[in-house]
Design a protein around this ligand. Structure first.
Ligand code: F6P
Length: 475
């Protein structure tokens, strides 16, 4: 009997659009997880357990209480099981996952002020309760079959112990798509959270993450704060043994190619090039996340113009920003500040030198990635940063990549111009160099980046984890 794959995550692979007659039509969901796992779940028996995020999800959860169902998206059929977290959802997602955990794991706190311990206890209880609901759905799917449980990301850090108690022999893997931090930084979280999270990690057979440095930080937290004992990349406590490793996560080249060849992408490309109007095209495409460092990128661009005002007539900076997590006040404020900063640059240097669009138009993002002369992606910290791989894979213009050395992708994309995300001057230098790079150097770097971007397809990434899980279970 083939092993059943059970994936559990906050955001699932399908979202629902309401028709004029009130019905709901499934479509492929957004985000990096579907890129990573969408293919695998269609090639083998499996269920994707996720949390109901929007009205359509809640309608589907109500129509299929405590059971899995199939959804055909036009880009694949998924077996889904939806968990409706009700009133607990807001605290679990906005307060704990996207604020306390995200800000800690990306080192985003302005420390004299935050984190400040507001309403932690209740929010943490809600987070654990939602994790338990997901764990119960996973248990129901795993009972009585040979299953592999693939928990995804920082939303589900405390689900494993509940699963382990119900199914002691369960094969449990957790993949963390964010960075991880050193124990000193991790301890900014309240002790009760630190303990709960370390217990969650210890209940897994394998914990995966996207860069060696973060795997080391995970192990350090488990040893220094959790009392574990390290045996190379395995951490043991009484009764638990967890392998902690890094895996390279690459892009879905076939899926991207399909979008790139679509009429929608072709039309978007024409439009973008018309807007650039023959100028050198600098692109960024990101969620409006504080970790993406959009403001410092804008400051660096302005420094370039201050140093060489002629470039204001020669360059077009096009930002495609996908509004993200607008339920969190800091995210709303950040988006407003990015827009205000961009408006300021346009006022000072002319409207043609910069355009900021807030959009969720994926074919337009793909078109921009095909066309750029320079791609800027300067996150403060980023688990992988798929854009830094998708860009070079799609680009047919010998485009130059300016990338933070603190993105997981930097470990493989060595021919990018690597920058310190906090150093605006250095980013300005890198942008200037990229915008004026001689053709031969552009072409050499672009070729090497394309080869690097082809490494670690989602299938390879998953196969490597499954092999490591088998290894973890052998000892
Ligand atoms: O980087 C972590 C991550 O979970 C990605 O896998 C995903 O694309 C992104 O965050 C999206 O977050 P959200 O589901 O909150 O929009």
């Amino acid at each position: 009997m083939a092993t059943k794959l059970i994936v559990a995550s906050n955001r699932g692979p399908v979202s629902w659009v309401q028709d004029d007659d009130g019905g709901w039509t499934p479509k492929r969901g957004a985000g990096g997880l579907i890129v990573a796992l969408g293919g695998a779940l269609q090639q083998r028996p499996g269920t994707w357990v996720s949390v109901a995020l929007e009205e359509g999800d809640r309608e589907m959860a109500a129509a299929h209480p405590d059971e899995a169902f199939e959804a055909e998206t036009g880009q694949g059929t998924f077996t889904l099981r939806l968990v409706d977290a009700g009133d607990r959802y807001a605290a679990y997602y906005n307060e704990v996952a996207n604020r306390l955990l995200w800000f800690t794991l990306h080192q985003l706190w302005a420390e004299p002020y935050e984190p400040a311990g507001r309403a932690w206890t209740e929010a943490w209880e809600d987070y654990q309760a939602v994790n338990d609901l997901v764990a119960e759905a996973v248990i129901a799917e795993a009972e009585g079959v040979d299953a592999e449980i693939h928990l995804q990301d920082y939303h589900l850090l405390t689900a494993a112990p509940t699963i382990r108690r119900a199914l002691p022999d369960a094969k449990i893997l957790l993949y963390v798509h964010t960075p991880w931090v050193h124990p000193t930084y991790f301890r900014r979280l309240p002790d009760v959270m630190v303990e709960g999270i370390l217990e969650g990690l210890g209940a897994c057979d394998l914990v995966g993450i996207s860069a060696p440095e973060w795997a080391a930080s995970l192990r350090d937290c488990m040893v220094e704060l959790g009392g574990g004992v390290a045996d190379f990349d395995r951490i043991r406590t009484t009764g638990t043994s967890t392998l902690v490793r890094d895996f390279v996560l690459g892009i879905d080249a076939a899926g991207l190619g399909q979008v790139a060849r679509s009429d929608a992408a072709k039309a978007e490309r024409e439009d973008l090039l018309a807007r650039a109007d023959g100028r050198t095209l600098l692109v960024r495409a990101d969620r409006t996340d504080l970790s993406k460092n959009i403001l410092r990128g804008l400051h660096a661009f302005e420094r370039v113009l201050e140093d060489d005002p002629d470039l204001a007539d020669q360059v077009h900076f096009h930002l495609l920003l996908n509004p993200s997590r607008q339920g969190v006040p800091e995210y709303r404020e950040y988006l407003e500040r990015c827009v205000a900063e961009a408006d300021g640059i346009r006022e000072r240097w002319g409207e043609a030198c910069l355009e900021l669009e807030t959009t969720e138009n994926f074919p337009r993002v793909v078109a921009a990635l095909q066309s750029y002369d320079v791609l800027l992606t300067n996150p403060v910290l980023d688990g992988t940063n798929l854009v830094a791989k998708e860009g070079p894979a799609l680009n047919d213009n010998d485009g130059v990549l300016v990338l933070s050395r603190t993105a997981g992708a930097a470990t493989t994309m060595g021919d990018a111009l690597l920058v310190n995300p906090f150093d605006v001057e250095q980013q300005a230098d890198a942008l200037r160099r990229a915008l004026t790079m001689p053709e031969a150097e552009r072409s050499r770097r672009a070729l090497s980046l394309k080869a690097a971007a082809a490494q670690g397809s989602p299938a390879d990434w998953l196969a490597a984890q499954r092999a490591a899980l088998a290894e973890a279970l052998r000892s």
